[in-house]
Design a protein around this ligand. Structure first.
Ligand SMILES: [Zn+2]
Length: 440
């Protein structure tokens, strides 16, 4: 498709770093290659920005009854787990993970990671998501698949292995992914270090993980305080909460993405705020696995940085960020008995700009000149969104994946008028069906 695009007469909705979410009623946005060159109300200025960049034969996208907004950045997922969709439901987290998921994961082969990842990316693209923090092993396979699909990912590198019941770190495995990101990932993949949780490894191994984290200098990706059981066991074994335990091992910083954080003490929130940790809230997964209700309002008050995730398809069972925005807001309102908390613009910012920041893509998630063009087009000419009313409310409370008409990542259309441009969905569906039949 054309690398210079004029988005013409759209409602442009975007978060900002220094002011509330804004709505431009009749907005024009000029994109050249991967960059946004103009945003404003003047078509003339938008055209002139395109022409100045040497792009006279730009493509014009008509914005009648359409919204242009940043794509979502899903701050917590396990993309290959799409192959386990709907095969292990209605279990507790402990039974689900140890009884159903881990034994199947042991049998996964290369193609399972690849096609499972692509299946999730297809679902994400069709629901307006352009970026995911993917916590899973086989990072090289899924990273390469992401680049093929033109999709952004913060991908975990698995820097450890277990032999004869003893855990060892594996710097070479992390370095391989770090080098790939530096040299071949076209800026679409960033590495992070997989530190699954406080409960999967013995206590003494956390000193090794700390050393590995320092040596690699990349963000840490971890689950924290997902369940009451996790907290109780951590207190029993270490005399401290998971947040305190990870902080003691210097694994919390301003690049850490901590999923869940459902059961926190006031001191935990203080630590997460001071360390500027990104907390990825996963409302669907937390409710489905009966983990509980993360107190987002208390975290917001404590100054904790918040973003939003779906978790994997085995515990959600879809990757729809519209649903997560809606649930995050409703859950906060329902649990605090206060309808004014976690407003539409709060969760929209969590799902877009904050998600990108958490994943390490600082130049994405805001529609303004000089930012990278990760954009989605919403068609609100449908019963679900009509009449539009407040456009920010409409995105969070009314919209859904079927209203997503097109998605642009890094200036490329990966979905154009409901058609996937970079993923062969029929092939991916056939391969993942075969995998599910083998593993179920
Ligand atoms: Zn998870």
């Amino acid at each position: 498709m054309n690398r210079s695009v004029l988005f013409s007469d759209f409602k442009i909705i975007t978060p900002h770093d220094d002011k509330p979410v804004s709505v431009l009623e009749h907005g024009y946005c000029a994109v050249v290659d991967s960059m946004i060159e103009y945003v404003g109300e003047s078509k003339e200025n938008a055209v002139s920005a395109l022409e100045k960049s040497g792009h006279k034969d730009f493509f014009e996208y008509d914005g009648k009854n359409k919204i242009l907004c940043p794509t979502f950045a899903n701050a917590h997922g396990h993309t290959p787990m799409a192959i386990f969709r709907n095969i292990a439901d209605d279990y507790s987290l402990q039974d689900w993970l140890f009884g159903e998921i881990l034994p199947r994961e042991d049998k996964m082969i290369e193609g399972d990671f690849y096609y499972g990842h692509l299946l999730t990316l297809a679902e994400m693209i069709e629901s307006g998501t352009a970026c995911v923090a993917n916590m899973y092993s086989a990072g090289m396979i899924t990273s390469k698949a992401s680049v093929e699909a033109g999709f952004r990912v913060q991908q975990t590198a698995d820097g450890k292995f277990c032999k004869d019941g003893k855990w060892f770190t594996d710097y070479a495995n992390v370095k391989e992914l770090m080098d790939y990101c530096d040299q071949d990932a076209k800026g679409l993949v960033k590495p992070s270090l997989l530190v699954h949780s406080v409960y999967l490894y013995p206590g003494e191994f956390f000193t090794d993980l700390k050393d590995l984290s320092k040596k690699c200098g990349i963000p840490v990706s971890v689950h924290i305080s997902e369940t009451v059981t996790e907290n109780e066991n951590c207190l029993r074994d270490y005399g401290m909460t998971p947040v305190e335990m990870l902080d003691k091992h210097e694994l919390l910083s301003d690049t850490t993405v901590a999923a869940h954080c459902v059961h926190l003490t006031e001191n935990d929130r203080k630590i997460l705020s001071e360390r500027k940790v990104w907390v990825a809230h996963n409302p669907s997964s937390n409710m489905k696995l009966s983990s509980g209700f993360a107190d987002m309002v208390a975290m917001q008050k404590a100054g904790v940085r918040l973003c939003l995730g779906t978790d994997g398809a085995a515990s959600n069972n879809n990757q729809d960020m519209f649903m997560e925005m809606r649930l995050a807001s409703f859950m906060a309102k329902g649990t605090t008995l206060d309808p004014t908390v976690l407003k539409a613009e709060d969760v929209f910012t969590m799902a877009t700009r904050n998600g990108y920041l958490a994943c390490g893509f600082e130049n994405c998630g805001i529609i303004k000149q000089g930012m990278t063009a990760d954009l989605q087009i919403i068609d609100y000419d449908c019963p679900q969104m009509w009449p539009l009313g407040n456009p920010i409310s409409s995105l969070v409370y009314s919209c859904g994946p079927k209203c997503v008409e097109s998605v642009m990542i890094d200036g490329n259309f990966v979905l154009y008028k409901h058609e996937l441009k970079t993923i062969d969905l029929q092939k991916v569906k056939a391969e993942t069906k075969r995998t599910m039949e083998r593993l179920k």
